[in-house]
Design a protein around this ligand. Structure first.
Ligand code: ITT
Length: 199
């Protein structure tokens, strides 16, 4: 029997919105954590995106006993040796807002000269208690020093993907999903799930 209901194992509303759009045509009923009883925060103790994505998928599966897809993602900046990386959501401090993280990033970058090559990275993991399948994606670009655009979330207002001349916050949802780290990772994941006849 193919899996028809999958829990989106993230609390980040920006990710939930994009994951629903990217998997729109997959015939899978996606349930987000906000539709389920609350679970404690998951400690991200891994040292890589994939380790953290695995932790989140396994933990959410343990709570609900339903197949899960998780997303661990972040921004890696060349002159900062890959930072903020897996610490992207808590770069300024533990409960930092997107604006606080962007301010911290631009302050750090002031010590170096532009251009600031960077990439977004996304690792997704499917887990159903038996099978664990993962896939990842990247979106190369550069950081600009003034925010532009209102779409998206996180570092989108200061990230300009290669060849676009706009930030990801200035792209439409469809334009971002077509080239994004998350779009690439999730499309690859679904293909693997189809190849293994899981969905
Ligand atoms: P969950 O653990 O509940 O999934 P989180 O926001 O804590 O939510 P992560 O630890 O994976 O998730 O951190 C991802 C951070 O990376 C996110 O908060 C943004 O700051 C940044 N990020 C990831 N993808 C992004 C995107 O598409 N656009 C802008 N920023 C992004």
């Amino acid at each position: 029997m193919p899996v028809t209901r999958i829990v989106i194992a993230t609390k980040n509303p920006g990710k939930i919105y994009e994951i629903r759009q990217i998997l729109n045509n997959s015939n899978i009923d996606l349930i987000s954590l906000s539709e389920l009883p609350p679970i404690p925060d998951i400690e991200e103790t891994g040292t890589t995106f994939e380790e953290n994505a695995t932790l989140k998928a396994e933990e959410v599966f343990t709570h609900f006993g339903l197949p899960c897809i998780s997303d661990d993602s972040g921004l890696a900046v060349d002159v900062l040796n890959g930072e903020p990386g897996i610490y992207s959501s808590r770069y300024a401090h533990e409960n930092a807002s997107d604006d606080e993280n962007i301010t911290k990033l631009l302050n750090e970058l002031r010590k170096f000269s532009a251009p600031y090559a960077a990439k977004f990275v996304c690792s997704t993991v499917y887990y159903d208690g038996l099978k664990r399948i993962s896939a990842s994606g990247e979106m190369p670009g550069q950081i600009i020093t003034h925010k532009k655009g209102n779409n998206g979330f996180g570092y989108d207002p200061v990230f300009m993907p290669e060849g676009k001349g706009k930030t990801t916050a200035q792209l439409t949802d469809e334009e971002k999903n077509a080239i994004s780290h998350r779009g690439k990772a999730l499309r690859a994941l679904i293909q693997r799930l189809r190849d293994e006849s899981i969905v």
